[in-house]
Ligand binder design. Structure first.
Ligand code: ZN
Length: 313
């Protein structure tokens, strides 16, 4: 059960973010809540049918955030899995929808279609042999056969990847899986969300976080006990100082800044997104944790509308 649990990024306008991920990429909107540490801001979650670990991309929409700039110490790209035969469909869709994208390239032998979201976040679709047999979810906007299957992985841009790689392999359940140019690949047991690539970027100017940047990457822990064992190992053998466990309602998390400067989280697989609403209506209502429920009216008043359309709601 090792791999990426979720990726959280910073966006601009919430409605534009919602429109892009729901209606252009066709992900399921699985949770509408607020940032537990900044209650006047949404925390929007997109994923598969139930937001299974490894499929969940989340956003803090900070409307006035300045644009970020990728550099060492940041996540350079977040990638999704689609069947190899779907790359043509998506290229055509991006042209039709005006999505900024690059020509299809090969990375580790697989076709990759890089593109950016409306906030400049670097994303890609990777054509994966066999992905056609992985579960897919579609609201009908994207034919089921071409739907995104969840994360392929992330690319970390690091000045020196050695200590980060040691944490991936020793604590987070990844194993070294070869190199392609400047990229070193690490793979976890799970196919969905099972790839971390480290791009050695010595001597590059530092990046800065902002709109379009990944805020943190969460890795999977099966339960509290395995999370505690990972925290113990991080402290004892890797000189990290993970936080105490925080209850994030849909998972329980610890956080630490890995040696390269990227914020990592370790999140439990349970209880998941159906803990406070049924699978059929995920994402429909604003969900608040108990400690914020008494302030619902005040919070709702400051959150912008998401303009759900028939097809995407
Ligand atoms: Zn997180």
């Amino acid at each position: 059960m090792a791999g990426i649990h979720h990726v959280t990024a910073i966006s601009g306008k919430a409605a534009r973010n919602f429109d892009f991920y729901s209606h252009v990429l066709g992900l399921r909107f699985v949770k509408k809540t607020v940032n537990f540490d900044d209650n006047g801001t949404y925390h929007l979650y997109y994923g598969d049918r139930v937001g299974y670990p490894g499929t969940v991309l989340t956003f803090f929409p900070w409307e006035h955030a300045a644009a970020g700039h990728v550099g060492p110490g940041q996540t350079q790209q977040t990638t999704f899995r689609v069947p190899t035969s779907s790359i043509g469909y998506w290229t055509h869709r991006f042209i039709e929808k005006g999505v900024v994208h690059e020509a299809v390239e090969k990375r580790f032998g697989e076709p990759i279609l890089s593109f950016t979201d409306p906030d400049g976040m670097s994303l890609a679709l990777v054509g994966v042999a066999g992905a056609e047999s992985e579960p897919a979810w579609s609201a009908g906007l994207i034919p089921m056969e071409h739907a995104i299957r969840g994360f392929h992985g992330v690319t970390l841009m690091l000045d020196d990847g050695a200590r980060t790689a040691a944490i991936l392999t020793d604590v987070l359940g990844f194993t070294a899986a070869g190199e392609d140019g400047a990229l070193a690949r690490y793979r976890a047991s799970e196919a969905i969300g099972g790839v971390v690539d480290i791009r050695a970027a010595t001597g590059f100017a530092a990046g800065h976080q902002g709109r379009g940047s990944v805020h943190h990457i969460a890795f999977r822990a099966a339960n509290d006990a395995s999370q505690a064992a990972m925290a113990q190992k991080l402290t004892a053998e890797h000189g990290m100082k993970p936080t105490a466990q925080l209850d994030r309602k849909y998972f329980r998390s610890i956080y630490f800044r890995e040696p390269g400067g990227i914020l990592f989280e370790i999140a439990t697989d349970d209880p998941g997104f159906t803990v406070d609403e049924p699978a059929q209506t995920l994402g429909r209502d604003l969900k608040l944790p108990p400690f914020l429920e008494s302030r619902r009216k005040e919070i709702e008043a400051v959150l912008p509308e998401l303009h759900a359309t028939e097809a995407g709601s």
